[in-house]
Design a protein around this ligand. Structure first.
Ligand code: FAD
Length: 296
């Protein structure tokens, strides 16, 4: 196995163009497991660890530009205010050691339906910027996951940045597992309220072949919140609306039975965490409104 060690992004792109089957390695927390278990024996490993750009982030007016290799620990420590959903999801990944190495670029590269960053990225509305020697393009997160552990990257492309809209309202992430730490999700759910556009967005993990949004649930809730004037009056979301939202979220799942849980359990659990995260985020929204009104 040859180990390619580009010192710059341009060298990395050139190496990937020359060896399209080369496997990029960032934190290595997925790649090394596959190699150790002999699930993969690539001819070339493309080490991205010397490329400083991939470890940087920039907070802009409306969005955050997150380098592909920024570790989860940095997201938790530095981007909690801008990306609360992703920061919460990052806290649930594995252990401190893995969170110090692994990042969102690797999570997207693996594209597991159980990747914890994915529901948060779907709910926030992210774009993945990929590049090759042919140029760069931005892939909306909704179009990124193309199958079980498959993504929209071409063979010569690398992930450079993930662009994520800064939170304009409360966000939540909830993960169901068999224990609290070091656990792959049985299912996971991300919810983001977007008061600026009076919309909600969702993300479901580990309950379909790919991470998915519950679009029918979003449309239902958007209409119900609008009709009841809830964004303006800040009243509690009626239990019947929350229940219908939860049911539609369950309906968006297309799970399998596996060692971690049955399909039926996953559908049920997604409904439960959908309702819970709606209650949490809506309560935060109401709280923020009260503070704003009190100050006025
Ligand atoms: C003990 C353990 C526990 C874990 N627990 C969790 C968990 O709770 N939740 C969770 O979501 N994950 C978990 N994981 C999986 C893993 O930590 C995450 O998927 C992590 O985000 C991977 O990031 P990385 O930088 O280590 O990726 P790597 O292992 O370096 O790479 C992963 C994949 O992405 C590709 N890749 C990496 N960077 C790029 C790039 N810039 N462009 C294109 N492709 C790229 C690689 O080629 C590879 O296919 C766990 C892993 C271990 C070993």
């Amino acid at each position: 196995m040859d180990f390619l060690r580009p010192a710059s992004w341009q060298e990395a792109l050139a190496a990937k163009a020359e060896h399209p089957a080369a496997v990029p390695i960032a934190g290595g927390t997925d790649v090394m497991v596959e190699i150790n278990f002999d699930h993969r024996r690539p001819e070339h490993l493309l080490d991205l660890n010397r490329i400083a750009d991939l470890y940087e982030w920039e907070v802009g007016e409306e969005s955050v530009r997150l380098g592909a290799s920024v570790p989860y620990t940095q997201i938790m420590e530095n981007l909690r205010a801008e990306l609360p959903g992703l920061a919460l999801a990052s806290r649930t990944v594995a252990s401190p050691q893995i969170r110090n190495r692994g990042g969102v670029g690797g999570n997207l590269g693996t594209a597991s339906p159980a990747g914890d960053a994915h529901p948060a990225l779907l709910a926030a509305g992210a774009e993945v910027e990929v590049e090759s020697v042919r140029g760069s393009r931005r892939i909306p997160i909704d179009a990124f996951f193309t199958g079980v552990k498959r993504n929209a990257l071409a063979a010569d492309e690398l992930i450079k940045w993930v662009h994520i809209a800064k939170a304009d309202g409360p966000q939540q992430f909830s993960k169901v597992g068999t224990r609290n730490a070091m656990v792959i999700a049985v299912c996971a759910f991300g919810l983001a309220l977007h008061p600026a556009t009076r919309t909600v967005r969702t993300g479901i993990g580990s309950a379909a072949p790919t991470p998915v949004r519950a679009k029918a649930a979003e449309e239902f809730l958007n209409a119900a919140l609008e009709e009841g004037g809830f964004w303006d009056n800040g009243r509690i979301v009626p239990p019947s609306v929350a229940a219908q939202f939860a049911q539609l979220c369950s309906g968006a799942c297309n799970p399998i039975d596996d060692v971690r849980g049955t399909a039926g359990y996953r559908r049920h659990a997604v409904g439960v965490v959908a309702r819970r995260t709606l209650a949490w985020t809506w309560e935060s929204y109401r709280g923020a409104r009260r503070v704003t009104e009190g100050a006025a």
